[in-house]
Design a protein around this ligand. Structure first.
Ligand code: AHG
Ligand code: MN
Ligand code: MN
Length: 339
């Protein structure tokens, strides 16, 4: 039988968490609630995507030379608007902005936090009604309060994250986040527009039977990844192999499944992306924080913990191996043998 909780809303839950810290000012609580509100507005557009003239591309290219979809643009503007008019955030870095954005108002400059975000993750799935997401993480600024945010605020290591999370626009919409005390999930009741606590403490299984990787790139993978894939495909009843391959092409959705059920997500270096494809600041670091907080491991495949990788630019890419600890350890072993 499904576990029963009292129907706690996202707002109630974050306030209850804040109350555990007597000196908390409530800024982080307000900030998480603002992200929740912005995500509901984006969710409304996502749900309308097949109905209104929002599908397709804007004709613009982002800093990475990728086509910007209309919903990418919409989500970016929406989060910018809401965070920019909040008083907790002094600056924002997103996939769609070449440089970080510093919010100009006096109130914003008093904000203690900065946010890094992928406003719409899984863009290739927008037009075909497949799950997409939003990824975010929050840092305390290191520049002086009362001034404009600076680039150094956005180049902090992942270990410095105060909170991280994602919104999954899937068969239902979920907001999942951590502040370093485990991972909690909320599900949106669209009829009243409220997120309710649905997953109190998410624990990723130590070992799963799902591997998630874009196998279309197989011939361009490092030898260690090729060998690990073969291991996943071999017959061995005692280890439940062959494993199942599941790849949606939206990091948020692939990760969410693997976190709940056990599994591994890999986006390694390839010929097209010699440094990996995923971006450290607004994709890998937040997902790595959630991975670790749910009991998993996130590395670059070469023994380097994602959260400790030095950040030199906002759009820096990194190979990404994240998921159930036993699976990531074994994939890394194959990588090391072949290096
Ligand atoms: P985005 O839509 O924000 O650019 O991110 C897409 C990312 C990630 O979500 C996904 O796992 C991966 O790129 C898919 O890449 P491939 O199509 O190369 O597999
Ligand atoms: Mn993305
Ligand atoms: Mn994106």
């Amino acid at each position: 039988m499904a576990k029963k909780f009292r129907a706690l809303t996202l707002g109630e839950f974050v306030v209850a968490q804040q109350n555990a810290f007597p000196y908390a000012t409530g800024d982080l609580t307000r900030l998480l609630n603002h992200i929740g509100i912005a995500s509901k507005i984006v969710n409304r557009e996502v749900n309308m995507a097949g109905l209104v003239d929002i599908l397709g591309e804007t004709g613009k290219e982002n800093i990475q030379g990728e086509q910007v979809k209309k919903l990418d643009d919409y989500a970016n503007e929406q989060f910018k608007l809401i965070l920019g008019s909040s008083t907790e955030v002094c600056g924002l870095a997103t996939e769609e902005e070449k440089e970080s954005v510093s919010f100009e108002s006096d109130l914003s400059r008093e904000g203690k936090y900065i946010v890094c975000m992928d406003p719409l993750d899984g863009s290739s799935n927008i037009d075909v009604n497949v799950s997409i997401g939003t990824v975010f993480c929050i840092y305390r600024r290191i520049s002086e309060v009362g001034t404009a945010s600076e680039e150094k605020d956005f180049l902090q290591r992942g270990t410095e994250q105060v909170a991280a999370g994602y919104v999954l626009y899937g068969s239902s919409t979920m907001l999942v986040y951590t502040t370093g005390m485990g991972v909690t999930g909320f599900t949106l009741d669209p009829s009243i527009g409220e997120y309710f606590l649905s997953h109190r403490k998410i624990n990723m299984p130590d070992l799963g039977t799902t591997y998630s990787i874009n196998e279309g790139n197989y011939i361009n993978f490092p030898a260690g990844v090729k060998q690990y894939i073969k291991y996943c495909q071999e017959n061995d009843l005692s280890t439940h192999r062959p494993y199942t391959s599941r790849y949606i092409g939206s990091l948020v959705a692939d990760f969410h499944r693997n976190m709940l059920k056990g599994g591994i997500y890999i986006y390694p270096q390839t010929k097209a992306h010699p440094e990996g494809k995923l971006r450290l600041t607004y994709e890998c670091n937040p997902i790595a924080f959630l991975t670790e907080q749910s009991g998993g491991i996130a590395t670059d495949g070469m023994g380097n913990r994602i959260l400790e990788i030095p950040v030199t630019s906002i759009h820096q890419r990194v190979p990404f191996f994240a998921g159930s600890p036993e699976m990531v350890k074994l994939a890394e072993k194959y990588m090391k043998i072949n290096s």
